[in-house]
Design a protein around this ligand. Sequence first.
Ligand SMILES: Cc1cc2nc3c(=O)[nH]c(=O)nc-3n(C[C@H](O)[C@H](O)[C@H](O)COP(=O)(O)OP(=O)(O)OC[C@H]3O[C@@H](n4cnc5c(N)ncnc54)[C@H](O)[C@@H]3O)c2cc1C
Length: 504
Amino acid sequence: MRRGTGGIAGDDYTRGVSDASRRARTTSARGVTPVRPSLLSATAVKNAVVVGAGPCGLLASLELVQNGASVTLVEQRNGYTRPIHWNVRADLLHRIAETCPGALQRVLERLGAIESAESIDATTTTLPPEKLEALRKDKPQRRVTIGPSGLVLQQKGVAAPPADAQRARFGGRTMLKSASVGQILTVDLENILFGELERIAAQPKGDRPSVTILRNHRLELVDSADKKGFKACTAYEVTERTEPGGKAVFAATGKRIRLGTPDLIVSCDGANSQMRTMAGIARTHVSAPTRFIAASIASAAISAEAPHGGLARRRYAEVTNPEDGKVHGLRQVVLGITTAPQSWVLVEVPPWVDLTTKEATADFFYAHAAPVVGRSEAELRKLPVTWGPNPFGIQQYISATAVHGENVIFAGDAVGSAHFLTSGGVMVATVPHIFALEKLLANLADGVPRKIALDRYDRWALAGTKEWLRLGFGEFGRRGAQTETFESAMAAALERLRHARGSA
Ligand SMILES: Cc1cc2nc3c(=O)[nH]c(=O)nc-3n(C[C@H](O)[C@H](O)[C@H](O)COP(=O)(O)OP(=O)(O)OC[C@H]3O[C@@H](n4cnc5c(N)ncnc54)[C@H](O)[C@@H]3O)c2cc1C
C-alpha cells in the first residue's frame, strides 16, 4: 500500500524513494519489529536523539526505530499530567496504524468515538436546553471500525467507502479533510505510545535498533568537533517542581550524559521550544493573541449524553465591548468521553475583561461554560473540578525554519502552533510532520544529498503547518473585528521572519 503521494505546489513526495527502501519499510510496518539495518544504505540514519515525549516526539521515535535507527528519547517530565482531551481526526489513527500498528487497537479502546458532533452558532449568551437537544439529535452518527481493508470511518446509514479512499494524502489541503472521529485523553494516547517504546527499550540489545529513554532530562547542543555543520549533544538531568499556580519549574542537578554527534536530532519540545531558542531560530505570530479559561470537570457532565463514545460541542456567543460598542465573538468548547468520566471545557475571554483574581476567573468561567455544557451555572459549580479553571493565552505562530545545520530538525508545536481549536495541534504534530520525517529518512537511506533531503523536510514541515494555520486563522482572529486575510497575515509574518534572519 503506497502512502504519502500527495503534494504541495507540485512536489512529488515519493521522488527519490527507491522501491527497495519502500519495500523494507512496508515490511516493517506490518509489525512492531524494526526493519533490519542491513536493508538500508550507508547514508541511513543509524542513531537519533529525540527531544520531547509529547505525541510528536513519541511517534517520531517510533518512526525512527521502524526505519532502523537507534533512538535516545529525552523528556524533561517525570510523568504525564496534562488534563487535556484531544479531539482526534481520522488521519491520526491512520498514522498510528502505519508507524506503530501494535498500538492501534489500544488507542481505539481508549478513544471515545464520536457519537454525534455539532457546532452551535448562537448569537446570544444563553441557549435553551431544548434547542441544544434538537441540534444534537439531528446530527449523523459515526463509528470507527477496523474492517478487512483497514480502518474505516463509517457514517450511520451511509455505506462505508473503502479505507484507501479515506486515507488523507499529505498534500496541503487534502489532509484538512480528515474527519473528527472521537476524543482521547492526552494521558491515554501518550501512555500507549510510550508503552510501545518502553517495550522496545526492554528488549535485549543485539543487532537491532535500540531505544533509550531519559526522563527528567533536557538537551544541550554544541558544535560537533568532528563533523562540520553537525551538532553534538549532552543530556542534563533536571528535577521538576510544581508551583502553586500549577506551573512546572525545572532545575538542573548537575548530572550529564554525553550523547555524541547523532545522525539526526529531532526536536519535538513543544510550543515554547528551548531547542529552537538554542538554535537561534526566530518565530513570529500569525494571528492576534486570544485568552481562554480551561477546566477539567471530574464528572460525566456531558459524556453521559454520549453513551457510546465522545461528544464535542462548540458554541459561539457574541458580546459587545462596552468601550467602543463593537461586537466581539467568543468561542466555547466542551469535549466529553465515556472512557473517562471527565469533561474538558474551554471558554474564551474578551480582551477587556479583567481576570486578576481567582474569583473573577471562576465567575467568568462558570457563567460562560454553563450554556455550552448544557447545565445551569449553579449545577455546574457543584461539579468537582480536577484542574482549573485556569486562564491561558494562545496565539498562532510559525517558526522561520524547521531545520538547523546538518543534523537538527524540528517537528510538532516547535515549528508552529495554535491550531488547536480546529483540532489541528495533534494533527500537525503527528501527521504532516511525521510524514515529512518518514520521507526524510527514506531520502537519506536512498542516498539523496543531505542538503536536498533537509531542504525538502523544511518545505514539507512548514507547508503542513501553514495549511492548518490557514484553517485556524478564522478561529483565532478577533471575531467581529477581523479585517486581515490569512494571506496578508502570513505575508506580514514571513516579512518579520526575513528581518529577524537578516539581523541575526
Ligand atoms: C488547552 C489545550 C487544549 C488542546 N486541545 C487540542 C485538541 O483538542 N486537539 C488537538 O489536536 N490539539 C489540541 N491542543 C494542542 C496540542 O496539545 C498540541 O498541539 C500538541 O500537544 C503538540 O504536540 P507536540 O508533541 O509537538 O508538543 P507537546 O505536546 O507540547 O510536547 C512537548 C514535550 O516536550 C517536553 N519538553 C519541552 N521542553 C523540553 C526540553 N527542553 N527538554 C526535554 N523535554 C522537553 C514537554 O515536557 C512535552 O512532553 C490543545 C492544547 C492546549 C494547550
